[in-house]
Design a protein around this ligand. Sequence first.
Ligand code: RNT
Ligand code: ZN
Length: 421
Amino acid sequence: MNTSSAALEKAYQQAKSIYAEWGVDVDSALNVLKSIPISLHCWQGDDVGGFEHAADLGGGLAVTGNYPGRARNGDELRSDLEQAYRLIPGRHRLNLHAIYAETGGSKVDRDALSPEHFSRWMDWAKQIGIGVDFNPSYFAHPKASEGFTLTHRDEGIRRFWIDHGRASRQIAKAFAEKLGSPSVNNVWIPDGYKDTPVDRSGPRQRLEKSLDAIFSEKINTSLVLDSVEGKLFGIGSESYVVGSHEFYLGYAIRNKKLVCLDAGHYHPTEQMADKISSVLMSLDRILLHVSRGVRWDSDHVVTLNDDLLQISQELVRGNYLNRTHIGLDYFDASINRVAAWVIGTRNMIKALLIALLEPIQLLRQAEESGDHTRRLALLEEIKLLPAGAVWDYYCEQAGVPHGMKWLDEVRRYEQDVLSKR
Ligand code: RNT
Ligand code: ZN
């Protein structure tokens, strides 16, 4: 498993000439791959805990497992993230939630958060040279305990959450200014009913008004890219979710926002990948929450499965990479959390690599000539092309362990750092 550099290089050169026979230029695929940032979700590092500890997680979010070593504060979380970044080829981003504010011990409620409460994150991101995306947190808070936030009947509670939404945009803007890279600010709310509602329209009208209030201040899209994330159902909102996919798609089209497509947020037989080319007919940009549902929106670690490959293929084949912001969204507390980041992110990159290495001309020719037999034969044959040799080489070139060597580093970190927490 510790293949030498010379052997890796040789395998790569062989792979390159095989791909060339299929009309694929491997070097240009790697150049594209290098330019695609993945936004790592901070919340995998501490089971969506955050630093407030004001209320149970709630919002239908559920993290299972009690693997030791969870990050307990900003320094630990940053240290864990740095360890993950070291094992992932390429330059990536951080996706931060508002509950990760560092308020120096004093209680600052969500409506009063401001960029200063994220200065440590900003300095760190600047220092390690990454961009940051942001999320207002509409859960784990006493004012979210009834399951309603931006759509609550009580105007005071709505106002509180609107103010949190506004504050979050200012924080996202500050990140963008400090880091010189636009920040995606994604709004997801848990609001919905466990049982059948009588009035489905009232809460949606309130949501529309709340969003309008949050977005009323114009902020240049070179700084903040506002995004809205819908879902089909959640734990405790099985019968009705106010912010459904259709609601947000319409809202985003009318208001020129991004829609966030989360792979776990549709009916299990629906494919998120199939939605990309549809929604991009009407939207400039989208955000993806790449996740893996097992039987339900369970947010398992992303694996290199057909769903992931299809997402990547859509982005590459449709030429959508420069209109798509790729983020991850899963949380597994039953395995080493740093490994969970590394496994999921490396898989996302591998899937993009496989998609970039497709002999797309041949596939298109087969389809366009109506030869569906050849199309299927090609699609199946190319599955075993030597993408693995290209992946190993890419890791090596990026100064990142190839093969299983990265896990040794995680184990060492576990022994030296995580096990002492
Ligand atoms: C929940 C949404 C949302 C959250 C994170 C923590 O169903 O997917 O994106 O997972 O914001
Ligand atoms: Zn999500």
